[in-house]
Design a protein around this ligand. Sequence first.
Ligand SMILES: Nc1ncnc2c1ncn2[C@@H]1O[C@H](COP(=O)(O)OP(=O)(O)OP(=O)(O)O)[C@@H](O)[C@H]1O
Length: 304
Amino acid sequence: MIRIRQLTKRYGPHTVVKGISFDVQEQEIFGMLGPNGAGKTTTMEMIEGLRKPDEGSIDLFGVDGVRQPQSVKAMIGVQLQSTALFDHLTVKESIELYASFYPQARKTSELLQAFHLQEKENDRVKHLSGGQRQRLAIALAVVHDPKVIFLDEPTTGLDPKARRDLWDVVFQLRDEGRTIILSTHYMEEAEILCDRVAIMNKGEMIDVRKPAEWIRNLSSQNRITFLLSDKTYLPELQRISGVTDVKLDQDDTVTLHTNELSETLSDLILWAKEKHLPLNGLGTRTATLEDVFLAHTGERLSEV
Ligand SMILES: Nc1ncnc2c1ncn2[C@@H]1O[C@H](COP(=O)(O)OP(=O)(O)OP(=O)(O)O)[C@@H](O)[C@H]1O
């Protein structure tokens, strides 16, 4: 287990990580979300032993991350930004170069296979697609068979297919028994990939929860919409079970906010039947992690 307690980092008068505490379980895919400048990278780099905390403790599977950063480095793999790869080396040469940095390394053939790069082994890095470069960057991070892997926005800029392929790589790393800490700007990615998600804002840790728990706690964000031209029905709609708010737009669209989506929906249908109202344009929208993020940070992640 990774145990972080009261971790603090200051730059001059600015405290950019403000005494945060959390645990990461073994074999967990742990996501860190937050707007730009929230302190995600600083936190990850303190755990990686690259930046020294001003206060607090880091215990990485029994190793003191603050006092023994060198021991931490042997246990962890950090994905390079794909721009940091050597463009003129081939894929195979890149892996062999990185393997030469460690006393013990995984076989090149095994890594080529695990990261679906066999067919590209003799291609120069500069000729790889975005997804292949990212897979190579992660392959290089696991050359020495680390227990913990850090991925900083691993799928930024990838097309949907390459993104899904990379998710498979991350699941595979976890299934091999590794613990993964990643930052992402994509809500969908956090929902699908992460066992638990930490949301950071302005150097503070808002909380750590499973994606579904974050969403459940924000369940009044569930919405039902339909067309209704007669305003006189609005007070009745307010009384339908689960409804927390009713809004009517200028284009006659009614939006019901509810914390009990299915119950509200079935009661609404019964009510409309009684009144002989057609419920044209009926639609529902459940809360997403994007709504959670907006509610907690006041920003849309897709825009940051
Ligand atoms: N070396 C440094 N010197 C001074 N301030 C720094 C330094 N590194 C980071 N900061 C500041 O610390 C704050 C947190 O930065 P950090 O990079 O950790 O945020 P982040 O959540 O990773 O953001 P992003 O999503 O943009 O990567 C920012 O306000 C940043 O300007």
